[in-house]
Design a protein around this ligand. Structure first.
Ligand code: ADP
Length: 334
């Protein structure tokens, strides 16, 4: 998982699992994706066929894993879970594919990070439910064809653009998951509070939702931080005032920018005069991997109108200067 984006520890993983909606009807927001996916699944069920392979693309914490579990649940099938980075050789993939039961759902997270030979094996498996297992090396190597049970692949990626065309084309349904709106996040916060037995005022739920960067995982995480704060500093009931004080303590600002977001913006403004600057230079200046900056911080900053990606590099918008309380340099030639 990417730094700062995934589950942060065993405790968080347990809580995340507990908060996951189990059926499509409990999944909040992403109206269009939900409706389209519902059709794909139900028509497959009516025809007693395995549905098309599904690709879920979108940033970390937007509900890709949750949807994969829901797909399996709606189909009444078990879910097998693996991920691109875990599949280093074609043999790793063959081992998984050859043990799938008919109709089973295979979830491959971060599918864009799978090794090349495995990717090619996957093309064939997706299309023909068959793989060629290569035995031996050099001129004596032989390919043994192996039939596999019809299955449904659910691939997830934070970077749809990194997926090779031939792989992308083999998914019958591609869903793009976008950031959630504040009202949707508010519903998620209230639902999670109920499940975690946390008393939270409506305006406090709105406060948490508004600072969650459009991301359910962050909404759930911030909810737990304000709960901790309300338990230690007050009687456990989360009011709007307590929520604000807690979020300030955890360095989440009114627009939902966290420490990494602000570090990226500050560096772009103060060190690079507002840009343009290349992604890797910017990432080094904040001590992060380029992929973390690109996948975790930037989409939200772009969406907030604080940063723009241009062919010459990243640039700050005037709103970025205002947000950090800095004065932009005078335009050249003045
Ligand atoms: P991803 O796989 O995209 O990184 P997850 O599916 O792991 O994201 O979701 C992270 C957390 O956010 C989970 O605990 C899940 O309960 C919650 N979540 C995500 N999407 C929704 C949603 N639409 N409704 C309610 N909770 C959600």
């Amino acid at each position: 998982r990417l730094v700062g984006s995934g589950a942060e520890g065993p405790d968080e993983e347990v809580i995340e699992a507990a908060l996951r909606p189990k059926r499509l009807d409990d999944f909040v927001g992403q109206e269009r994706v939900r409706e389209q996916l519902g059709l794909v699944l139900h028509s497959a069920l009516r025809r007693s066929r395995t549905p098309d392979h599904v690709l879920l693309s979108g940033g970390p914490g937007l509900g890709k894993t949750t949807l994969a579990m829901i797909i399996a649940a709606e189909l009444g099938q078990p879910l097998r879970v693996s991920s691109g980075p875990a599949i280093e050789r074609a043999g790793d993939l063959a081992a998984i594919l050859s043990t799938l039961a008919e109709g089973e759902v295979l979830f491959l997270d971060e599918i864009h990070r799978m090794a090349r030979p495995a990717e090619e094996m996957l093309y064939m498996a997706m299309e023909d439910f068959r793989v060629d297992v290569v035995v031996g090396k050099g001129p004596g190597a032989t390919a043994i064809p192996l039939d596999i049970a019809p299955f449904t692949l659910v691939g997830a990626t934070t970077r749809a653009g990194m997926l090779p065309g031939p792989l992308r084309d083999r998914f019958g349904f591609v869903a793009h998951m976008d950031f959630y709106g504040p009202e949707e996040l508010e519903v998620i916060v209230r639902r999670s509070a109920r499940l975690l037995d946390v008393k939270i005022a409506d305006d406090a739920a709105a406060e948490v939702a508004g600072r969650s960067r459009g991301t359910p995982r962050i909404a759930n995480r911030l909810l737990r931080r304000v709960r901790d704060f309300a338990e230690v500093r007050a009687d456990g009931v989360v009011t709007a005032g307590l929520a604000r004080a807690a979020l300030e303590l955890y360095e989440v600002d009114e627009r939902g920018l966290d420490r990494l977001d602000r570090a990226v913006l500050r560096s772009l403004l103060a060190t690079f005069g507002g840009g343009p600057v290349g992604l890797s230079t910017l990432a080094v200046s904040v001590g992060e991997e380029p992929e973390t900056v690109e996948v975790v911080a930037e989409p939200f900053l772009v969406r907030q109108g604080l940063l723009a990606r241009t062919p010459r590099g990243r640039i700050a918008t005037p709103a970025a200067w205002t947000h950090l309380g800095l004065t932009p340099p005078p335009p050249p030639g003045d």
